[in-house]
Ligand binder design. Structure first.
Ligand code: GLN
Ligand code: ZN
Length: 769
C-alpha cells in the first residue's frame, strides 16, 4: 500500500480584519444543539406529536442556548459563536433567512414560522419534505435548498440577529455565524422543472442584498465580528466557482466594513487553487489569506472525534505557527463545529477513570481550546497540562489499547493482496451446483420487522431481568416464525431476521475487544435524530464467535440456504469514532481480520451463503479526489480480506445502501463479492446507466425492487416491470430479486404482501424467459 496521506495539521484558514489586540484568543466554530441529554430532540418530538406547545419548545431551545453560551463564557472562550443553534438544520435556517421557500409549501410571506419551517424539513399531510443529503463527509444531513430562476428572495427569518441579541442580553457578546452565500448556492439544487443549464451561482446577485440586510442589522445590534462558513472551499472547485467567492465578498465589502470577518473552512485543507484565488482577493478587497498582518484561526482541537487533545503537541504546533504569522496573530480554535462530536463527558458514568481520561466531548474541547490559548499567552495551567500528559502517556502504553498479536497480523497484511483464488464466474458455477437456485433467485437483506415485544425481550435480557434460557427461547421462536414465513412465501435464500440485533454495528462492537459504548454520546444525524457511535479505542480482536450460534440454529430449521449475516469492516469503521493514534486503514484491517475469523467459523458450521454488509463504504470516501483512490484501495482490500479464505462453493454476498456508485463502480467490482444487493428503487435510471455505458459486470446483482422506507405496498406488475427493465441491461443468470434494504422498520402487515408480490413477480418472469 502507499503510505497514508500526510495531512497538514488540522488548520482552518480564516482571515479577519482589524481584529482587536488580544492575548488569550480562543474561538469555537460551532456547538452541538441537542443538549447533553438530547433535550432538544425530546422537545421537538413532543411538539411534533402535539403533546406540547410552540412556547414549550422555544423555552427548551432558549435554555439550551443560554447554558451553552454561559458555559463557553465561563470557560474563558473569547469568540463564542451564535446562530449555530437550529431547530432542524443550519442550511434550512439559511433558506428561511432568504425566504427561499419552494412554492408547494404555500408560504405567502412575512416571518417564517414553525409551520412552514417544519413542513420544509419533514413534509406535512399534503406535501413531502425537501430533500436531505449528507453534509460533506460527515454523518450530519442538511436540507437541500431548491432554487430556480423565478425565485423571489426576501429577508424572512431574523434568527441570526435575534440570537445575537438574545446572547447579548445574557451578557455574552458573540460571533454570529452564517452559512456563506457561495457555499449556500453550491450546496443547492435546481428546483424541479428547471433546465439543466440553469446556473445556481447566477442567483448570487439576488441573495447578496439579503445578506447585506442581515449584516447591517447585526452591526446595528452591536456585533463586531461575523463568521461566514464557506466549507465548500475545501472541495475541488472549478475556476468559475472560485470566482464567485471573489465576486461575493467584493460585493459585501462595503457593508462589512467596520466588522471583523472570519471566513471559516473545515473538513479538509484548502486546495492550492482555492488558496491562490483567495490570496489574490487581497488587492481587491483587503480580505484574503495572506497570513502576514492577518489573523490565523488554527483549528488544533479536532471537532469530529472524541479524543482528548495532546495539549503539549498542540502547544508546540501553535508556537511554530505563531513564529510564522507573528505574535498575537494566532487564535486557537476547533477544526470544525463541535456539532460532529458528543456533548459532555460528565454524563458518562459507566466509563472507568482511565478510559475517561483519554476522551474529550464538546464541553471538554471548549476547555482544551481555552487552556491552549492561555498557555500560548504565557499563562499555562501546569496542573491541567500535566494531567493531560499523563493521560496521553497512559493511552500510549495501556495494555487495553495494544495487542501485539493483532498489531503483527494487521501489519503483515500491508503490501500484500488478498483475493479468492478462482474468478467469479467459475465460483458462481460451483455455487450453483451446490445451491441449485432458480433463475432470478429471491432473497431479503437481513432484518425482519422489529416488534415492541422483541425490543422488550432484548432490553430485559440486557438488564438481566430474564434468564439466558428465556432469552434464547424467545429469540429462537422469533427466528422460527421468520423462517416459516419465508418458506410460505417461497423465498429462495432465507435470512434469520436479525432479532437478536439492536444495531448492525453495535451488535458486533459489543462482542469485539477494543470497543467502548457511551451512555449519552449522541451526535445529531438529521433533525431530531441522533446516533451514538461506538468508540474504537484499542486493537480489535474477536474473543469468540459472534453469530454462529444463531445462524446455525436458523439453518437447522430449513432445508433452504440460510444466509449468515455480518457487518463488514469498512462499515463498522465508518459508523464508529475511530482511534486517532494509528491510520484508519490499520484499524480497518484489524476489524477485517476479526470478521474473517467469523466468516470462516460460519463456513465450518455449514453456512453456504454469507452476507457481509458494507452499507457505509461510500460514506468514507474522502472529499478530495486526490485522496479517493487510496481510500477505496484499502477499503476494498479490507472487504476482500474477510472472505478470501472461503472455498469456491461458499457464496459471499454484500449489501450497500445507496445506488450512486457510478463513480466507484470499478471499486465495487473489485470487492469481488459473488452477489451484491443494492438500494435502487428510488433511482432505477442512475444504476441502469452504469450498465448501459458498457461496464462489464459478471457477478450476481440484486438491485432493490421496492423501497422499504415507505409503507406503500408495491404491486406485482410494478415489480415485474422493474425486473424487466433490469433484464434489458443485465444477463438473466446474474440478476437477483430482493427489496432495497432490511425490513426492520416496517410492519408485518406491510412486509407480507410486499414480499408475496415480489416472489410472484419473479415467478411470472421466470415463466416468460
Ligand atoms: N442486514 C441489515 C438489515 O437487513 C442491513 C441494514 C443496512 O443495510 N443498513 O437490517
Ligand atoms: Zn441497506
Amino acid at each position: 500500500d502507499p503510505p497514508p496521506p500526510t495531512h497538514p495539521p488540522l488548520l482552518s484558514f480564516q482571515s479577519i480584519n482589524n481584529f482587536p489586540n488580544s492575548k488569550m484568543a480562543s474561538h469555537i466554530v460551532g456547538y452541538p444543539r441537542m443538549g447533553p441529554k438530547r433535550e432538544l430532540k425530546f422537545a421537538l418530538e413532543s411538539f411534533w406529536d402535539k403533546k406540547s406547545s410552540a412556547e414549550d419548545l422555544k423555552k427548551v431551545a432558549a435554555d439550551l442556548r443560554s447554558s451553552i453560551w454561559k458555559q463557553m463564557a465561563s470557560a474563558g472562550i473569547k469568540y463564542i459563536p451564535s446562530n449555530t443553534f437550529s431547530y432542524y438544520d443550519q442550511v434550512l435556517d439559511t433558506t428561511a433567512m432568504l425566504g427561499a421557500v419552494p412554492p408547494r409549501y404555500g408560504w405567502t410571506g412575512g416571518e417564517i414560522g414553525f409551520d412552514t419551517y417544519f413542513s420544509m424539513a419533514r413534509g406535512n399531510a399534503s406535501v413531502p419534505a425537501m430533500e436531505m443529503t449528507k453534509w460533506f463527509d460527515t454523518n450530519y444531513h442538511f436540507i437541500v435548498p431548491e432554487l430556480g430562476p423565478e425565485i423571489k428572495f426576501s429577508y424572512a427569518s431574523h434568527k441570526a440577529v435575534d440570537e445575537y441579541k438574545e446572547a447579548k442580553a445574557l451578557g455574552v457578546d458573540t460571533v454570529p455565524v452564517l452559512v456563506g452565500p457561495v457555499s449556500y448556492l453550491l450546496l443547492s439544487k435546481p428546483a424541479k422543472g428547471v433546465e439543466k443549464s440553469f446556473s445556481l451561482l447566477s442567483l448570487l446577485d439576488k441573495i447578496l442584498p439579503i445578506y447585506k440586510e442581515v449584516v447591517a442589522e447585526l452591526k446595528a445590534a452591536g456585533a463586531s465580528w461575523i463568521q461566514f462558513d464557506e466549507p465548500t472551499l475545501v472541495k475541488d472547485l472549478e475556476s468559475h466557482q472560485l470566482q464567485a467567492f471573489t465576486a461575493a465578498y467584493s460585493e459585501l465589502e462595503s457593508t462589512l466594513s467596520g466588522l471583523n470577518v472570519i471566513v471559516e473552512t473545515y473538513f479538509a485543507d484548502v486546495p492550492a487553487e482555492a488558496f491562490k484565488t483567495l490570496t489574490s482577493l487581497k488587492c481587491v478587497t483587503g480580505f484574503g489569506f495572506d497570513l502576514s498582518g492577518k489573523y490565523l484561526f488554527a483549528g488544533v482541537v479536532d471537532g469530529r472525534n472524541i479524543w482528548a487533545n495532546d495539549l503539549a503537541a498542540s502547544l508546540s504546533l501553535l508556537q511554530t505557527l505563531e513564529g510564522i504569522v507573528g505574535k498575537d496573530k494566532l487564535v486557537v480554535s476547533t477544526s470544525c463545529s463541535l456539532l460532529h462530536t458528543a456533548v459532555d463527558l460528565v454524563n458518562e458514568t459507566k466509563f472507568d477513570k482511565e478510559l475517561k481520561s483519554w476522551l474529550a466531548f464538546a464541553a471538554q474541547k471548549v476547555v482544551e481550546v481555552n487552556s491552549l490559548a492561555k498557555a500560548l499567552a504565557g499563562h499555562k495551567d501546569e496542573a491541567f497540562f500535566s494531567e493531560n500528559a499523563a493521560a496521553q502517556a497512559s493511552r500510549k502504553s495501556s495494555p487495553r489499547v495494544t495487542n501485539e498479536a493483532v498489531q503483527k497480523a494487521a501489519a503483515a497484511l500491508r503490501g500484500s493482496d488478498h483475493r479468492r483464488a478462482t474468478n467469479v464466474s467459475a465460483r458462481l458455477d460451483a455455487q450453483q451446483k451446490k445451491l441449485n437456485l432458480p433463475i432470478l433467485p429471491t432473497t431479503t437483506i437481513g432484518s425482519f420487522p422489529q416488534t415492541i415485544e422483541l425490543r422488550r425481550v432484548r432490553r430485559e435480557y440486557k438488564a438481566k431481568k430474564i434468564s439466558e434460557e428465556e432469552y434464547v427461547k424467545a429469540i429462537k421462536e422469533e427466528i422460527n416464525k421468520v423462517v416459516k414465513l419465508q418458506e410460505e412465501l417461497d423465498i429462495d435464500v432465507l435470512v434469520h431476521g436479525e432479532p437478536e440485533r439492536n444495531d448492525m454495528v453495535e451488535y458486533f462492537g459489543e462482542q469485539l475487544s477494543g470497543f467502548a459504548f457511551s451512555a449519552n454520546g449522541w451526535v445529531q444525524s438529521y433533525g431530531s435524530r441522533c446516533v451514538k457511535p461506538p468508540i474504537i479505542f484499542g486493537d480489535v480482536s474477536r474473543p469468540k464467535a459472534m453469530t454462529v450460534f444463531w445462524s446455525s440454529m436458523a439453518q437447522s430449521m430449513t432445508a433452504r440456504p440460510m444466509k449468515g449475516m455480518l457487518t463488514g469492516p469498512v462499515t463498522i469503521l465508518n459508523w464508529s469514532f475511530v482511534r486517532n493514534d494509528q491510520p484508519r486503514f490499520e484499524t480497518c484491517y484489524q476489524i477485517a481480520l476479526a470478521i474473517k475469523d467469523e466468516v470462516e467459523d460460519l463456513e465450518k458450521a455449514g453456512i453456504n451463503v454469507i452476507q457481509i454488509d458494507e452499507a457505509a463504504l461510500r460514506e468514507g470516501l474522502p472529499l478530495r479526489k486526490s485522496e479517493q483512490a487510496f481510500y477505496l484501495d484499502w477499503a476494498v482490500h479490507s472487504f476482500r480480506i474477510t472472505n478470501c479464505g472461503v472455498t469456491d462453493t461458499t457464496q459471499i454476498h454484500t449489501h450497500m445502501c445507496y445506488s450512486n456508485f457510478n463513480d466507484i463502480i470499478h471499486s465495487i467490482i473489485d470487492m469481488d463479492a459473488d452477489v451484491i444487493t443494492i438500494e435502487n428503487s428510488r433511482s432505477d435510471e442512475k444504476l441502469l446507466s452504469v450498465f448501459r455505458e458498457g461496464v462489464k459486470y459478471g457477478a450476481g446483482i440484486g438491485p432493490g425492487v421496492y423501497d422499504i422506507h415507505s409503507p406503500r405496498i408495491p404491486s406485482t406488475e410494478e415489480i415485474a416491470d422493474r425486473i424487466n427493465k433490469m433484464l434489458q441491461v443485465l444477463e438473466t443468470n446474474i440478476l437477483w430479486v430482493n427489496p432495497d434494504c432490511g425490513l426492520k422498520t416496517r410492519k408485518y402487515h406491510e412486509v407480507k404482501p410486499a414480499l408475496l408480490n415480489m416472489v410472484a413477480a419473479a415467478k411470472q418472469i421466470r415463466t416468460q424467459l
